[in-house]
Design a protein around this ligand. Structure first.
Ligand code: IMP
Ligand code: MG
Length: 179
């Protein structure tokens, strides 16, 4: 697994520190609110597990699962909803927790779906990584861990063809692995 990594972009320590900072910021912003953290599976599971423990206000959690990539490195453009919310979020403060914002297709789909069909009191997005250069659809995240250049990254939940999610750090994949 590790021989496919070209370079480490963020170490375990760097990720830990930034996730703690995001948790502190969210704690400040969501005092006296009715927070529900929604993890977008599967990529966000590691980030979610660390972030929720860095948030010190009452929060419920839920999970959604979408698929758009298949075994490629860019979106196919159509998002498939595999698992919808299991909780009634009407009147609650939804914060979507996502691993990475790329074209914006996935998050705009989820945002529109949740706002239209679920009527939350508020809707926010927390993404660990943002690749603004790649944006095709307008999506404005409220919290961003790291803004990164256009490279395909894996680890800390992020995959290529379902592999590398269990790497504890984030690395850039050698292009020969996917070309
Ligand atoms: P978007 O719909 O193009 O914004 O893509 C968002 C989704 O694509 C994320 O939730 C990831 O699952 C996946 N993705 C985008 N860029 C990367 C990457 O660099 N590494 C791994 N997955 C990625
Ligand atoms: Mg993925």
């Amino acid at each position: 697994m590790e021989q496919d990594i070209q370079s480490v972009l963020y170490s375990e320590a760097q990720l830990r520190e930034r996730v703690q900072e995001l948790g502190r910021q969210i704690t400040e912003d969501y005092r006296d609110r009715d927070l529900i953290l929604v993890c977008v599976l599967k990529g966000s599971c590691v980030f979610m597990a660390d972030l929720m423990r860095a948030i010190r206000v009452n929060a419920a959690i839920d999970f959604m699962c979408v698929s758009s990539y298949g075994a490629g490195t860019s979106t196919r453009g159509a998002v498939q909803l595999i698992k919808d919310l299991g909780t009634d979020v009407a009147g609650k403060d939804v914060l979507l927790v996502e691993d990475i914002l790329d074209s914006g297709v996935t998050l705009s789909f989820l945002r529109d779906h949740i706002i239209r069909s679920r009527g939350p009191a508020s809707f926010g997005i927390c993404t660990l990584f943002d690749k603004p250069e790649r944006r095709r659809v307008d999506v404005q995240p409220d919290y961003v861990g790291f803004v990164i250049p256009d490279a395909f990254i894996v680890g800390y939940g992020l995959d290529y063809a379902e592999r590398y999610r269990n790497l504890p750090y984030v690395g850039i994949l050698k292009p020969e692995v996917y070309s």
